[in-house]
Design a binder for this molecule. Structure first.
Ligand code: NOJ
Length: 568
């Protein structure tokens, strides 16, 4: 427990000082880079580490202080790096270990932490462990993976998220056995019951921590523990597979061991993808006294957006419930977009020409003014949008392509399927970064691995950098406001008027510092009456240039207007 000295926006001496347990990762604003799509320097159409190095000053200019980069290990790229074939090497598309070292140094020189993606629920089927494992039943690596001998008959059904048939067991004729893959056939699941597997993973983590990485994002980790007797699951279980796959027995023991062996020995942060099946499990993952992880991502918020929209009241309830659950203990991650989602403004905002800018600024204001560590996805600081592909041949993502095959074989309405893809496919969020209005948006001199969105002519870094009113500069201002005001990091959160259909209003309070956040989530003017407005002192951020319309207790917000006001 450390005492925080409050730096006040109103220049008053703090009256009281709250005891809060501080940590750098709580104060971080994390910028997520999808390396394949960030910047290509060798003309092969694929982003690389040298590209990220070239743009370090840009990254620094955002004001963020941590970067999470999706997997950069050697990989045959069935799932863009989430299928690792060598955990101690760098994917040749991305460069070399020397490039990695320079990148890490470049980030550290700028006081930016580096979070490494750790993909250890599964490896690639091209990893040496799997090659050995499949070669014979008595190979020492056999038990690194889950095998079901075919003479026992077909294994009990397990659902695969990425398989074209939805089947997580793949028959392998070499040893007449099935192996388990919760993701694609090229991503066999590792057997965490085997202490040797755990030791391998801990050694890999130490290898990177010794190099100086500052944290790990544990991919799909809530799935690593499995009941290896593989009992039959109830029919239709796959409709709620999280219930049957997440947080199985043994998981906490694995995390405690990881903490003991690695995490506790370095100044590294840890965040798990997935926060369990309920609040209790979410707490157990991140409770400081249990010595497991620092943070977990919950999907309840990000999952609310559907092709026909989402309900603001539910949105408010979801974020509020999560905040309340963690108000006394534990810490949250705040995000609405990442490489597994379509673009932020297209899903949660309004990407029409009239409202794209204001709605994206409003969403960034939200993410950066909530309690919890914000994770901001590359391109969302510019307002990049979904790309409208009209043929399946344009998609590259294994999840999308296999889901297409599955839907086709099940006789689904393919017209609807394709139109839903335009809203939901992960490739929407993976199109190349838009740097300027030159060919291929300045991303590559070659043919980009995924098409550049046509709107790069006006949505790009160079154009937005020059415009003080751009989404980019609003993002920078918002990051600065958060980082300079502990109330936005550690302050308590209180929802106001939960039932207001258009406006999300809340306060953040830390001792004598108080801020009021007002966000209009609609495309029309909307008013709200709040006694707090009588205490308004100053407008700290506003995504419109005009003065905020306050009359007594009534505030009227313009479409997608987002303001943060300091209160007396
Ligand atoms: C979650 C990652 O975020 C996603 O991109 C990946 O495809 C799966 N895990 C499998 O590793």
């Amino acid at each position: 427990m450390v005492l925080i000295t409050v730096s006040c926006v109103n220049n008053k001496e703090p009256k009281a000082v709250t005891a809060i347990s501080k940590a750098w990762w709580k104060e971080a604003v994390v910028y997520q880079i999808y390396p394949r799509s960030f910047k290509d320097t060798n003309g092969d159409g694929i982003g690389d580490m040298k590209g990220i190095i070239e743009e370090l000053d840009y990254i620094k200019s955002l004001g963020i202080n941590a970067v999470w980069i999706n997997p950069i290990y050697s990989s045959p790229n069935a799932d863009n790096g989430y299928d690792v074939s060598d955990y101690r090497n760098i994917m040749s598309d991305f460069g070399t270990m020397e490039d990695f070292d320079s990148l890490l140094q470049g980030l550290h020189d700028r006081n930016i932490k580096f979070i490494m993606d750790l993909v250890v629920n599964h490896s690639s089927d091209e990893h040496e462990w799997f090659k050995q494992s499949r070669s014979s039943r008595d190979n020492p690596y056999r038990n690194y993976y889950h095998w079901w001998p075919a003479e026992k008959g077909k294994p009990p059904y397990r659902y695969s998220l990425f398989d074209a048939k939805g089947d997580a067991w793949k028959y392998d004729s070499i040893t007449n056995a099935y192996y388990l893959h919760y993701f694609s056939q090229k991503q066999p699941d590792l057997n965490w019951e085997n202490p040797k597997v755990r030791q391998e993973v801990f050694d890999i983590m130490k290898f990177w921590a010794d190099k100086g990485v500052d944290g790990f994002r544990l991919d799909a980790f809530q799935f690593v523990a499995k009941d290896t007797t593989f009992p039959k699951l109830p029919d239709g279980f796959e409709k709620n597979f999280i219930q049957y796959y997440a947080m199985q027995d043994g998981l906490h023991d694995y995390l405690k061991e990881m903490n003991r062996e690695v995490l506790s020995k370095y100044d590294v942060m840890s965040v798990a993808e997935g926060a369990g099946r309920n609040f209790k499990e979410a707490h157990e993952l991140v409770d400081e006294d249990r010595h497991e992880l620092n943070m977990a991502y919950a999907f309840d918020g990000v999952d609310l957006a559907k092709p026909d929209g989402y309900d603001l009241i539910k949105f408010k309830n979801t974020f509020t419930k999560w905040d309340q659950e963690f108000s006394k203990k534990g810490w949250l991650s705040i995000f609405l977009a990442n490489h597994d989602q379509a673009r932020l403004v297209s899903r949660f905002g309004n990407d029409s020409p009239e409202f794209r800018e204001v709605s994206e600024k409003m969403l960034n204001t939200f993410i950066l003014s909530m309690r919890g560590t914000p994770y901001c996805y590359y391109g969302d600081e510019l307002g990049m949008t979904n790309i409208d592909f009209d043929s399946i041949s344009q998609y590259q993502d294994i999840a999308t392509i296999n889901a297409y095959k599955k839907a086709l074989s099940e006789g689904k309405d393919m017209k609807k399927f394709m139109s839903d893809l335009n809203f939901s496919s992960r490739d929407n969020g993976r199109t190349p970064m838009q740097w300027d209005d030159s060919k291929n948006a300045g991303f590559t001199s070659g043919k980009p691995w995924l098409p550049v969105n046509d709107n790069y002519k006006y949505i790009n870094v160079a154009t937005e950098d020059k415009n003080p009113n751009s989404i980019l500069n609003h993002f920078r201002n918002m990051v600065k406001l958060r980082r300079e005001n502990p109330v936005l990091i550690y302050g308590s959160y209180q929802l106001l008027q939960p039932k207001h259909p258009d406006i999300y209003a809340y306060t953040r309070t830390l001792d004598d510092q108080k801020m009021l956040v007002l966000l209009n989530f609609t495309d029309h003017n909307s008013s709200i009456e709040l006694p707090q407005t009588r205490a308004v002192q100053k407008t700290l951020i506003n995504n419109y240039n005009s003065v905020v319309a306050i009359e007594g207790e009534k505030v009227t917000l313009k479409p997608y207007q987002a303001v943060i006001l300091s209160l007396n």
